[in-house]
Design a protein around this ligand. Sequence first.
Ligand code: AMP
Ligand code: TRP
Length: 334
Amino acid sequence: MSKKKLVFSGVQPTGNLHLGNYLGALRNFVSLQKDMDCIYCVVDLHAITTFQNPDELRKNVFETVASFIATGLDPDNSIIFNQSSVSGHAELAWILNCVSRIGWLNRMTQFKDKAGSDKEKASVGLYIYPNLMAADILLYKATHVPVGADQKQHLELSRDIAQKFNNDFKCKDFFPLPEPLIPKNVSRVMSLRDGTKKMSKSEESDYSRINLRDTADDITKKVKKAKSDSEQIPDNIKSLEKKPEALNLINIYSEISKNTLDNVLIEMSGKEYSYLKTKLAELLVSEITPVGKEIEKLLKDRSHLEQILKKGREKANIIAEENLKNIREKVGLI
Ligand code: AMP
Ligand code: TRP
């Protein structure tokens, strides 16, 4: 690891990756690897904070690695591995459990959403999930973390934990305070069925999301069926404030066509949403289906994916062990 800036991010192996993961995270992972050292982790320990069928979990780890490679991550350039294979994540998470405060965790909105109405029944792991995420980042002393907007609060907590550790153990600047890299335009891709909810793997209806492995036919159908608006497309973004589904389609179109919102509105104003949908479906098909086909191809060669994980684990472990040695010393562990 030569350069000073270091990127770390994680994706949970919990099934189908979708357009939200792609625009919010994966596409940025790929562009960052040109200029910075990058570590990309399949966070299986995070996934098991809610019950996962063991066979499904194994399958999903490989599918996530395949998705990383298919979107353009280069395993010779970036470190790609699964979290549980480097035991330092769990060890540092324990230490950080002792630094992090209950009051801080009580404010985490993702726990409230995921735990649902009966919080007493949620796993302890789900509650301390953000401390493990801080451990992932700090284990490598990462400086930059590309994520979607839904992870902003967790990133802020990671910074608080880093700062408290540095204060408590009187080692100013020991952990860098990690900076979030959140995409400006579509930091949150919303569900195609309900524009107030984020596009998510766990949403029941498959029509709510575009999966990376969807066929051209699936994508076209889903975009056609997406909720929009009966009025024509306006010429300003303000008129879309109360129309989250329409705004979401415009945002996705802007992102995928690499065009500013202003230009998109100039192109689209006065037209029906069916026109936008046709164009959007075409662009999505041409960008997403090659990724899906590549994922299918990669999944046929499991030993190649195993090799990638093995190489990544070895590289990650060297950095992790080196940093852990210093962390243990700071804390007073022998
Ligand atoms: P997850 O699948 O929850 O592990 O998320 C992996 C990455 O994708 C994280 O950086 C998330 O912030 C990002 N992400 C997930 N869903 C969305 C979404 N609907 N819009 C934008 N980014 C997302
Ligand atoms: N919590 C993140 C999510 O659900 C995944 C994640 C785990 C992560 N560890 C991380 C993201 C470290 C960035 C850095 O999307």
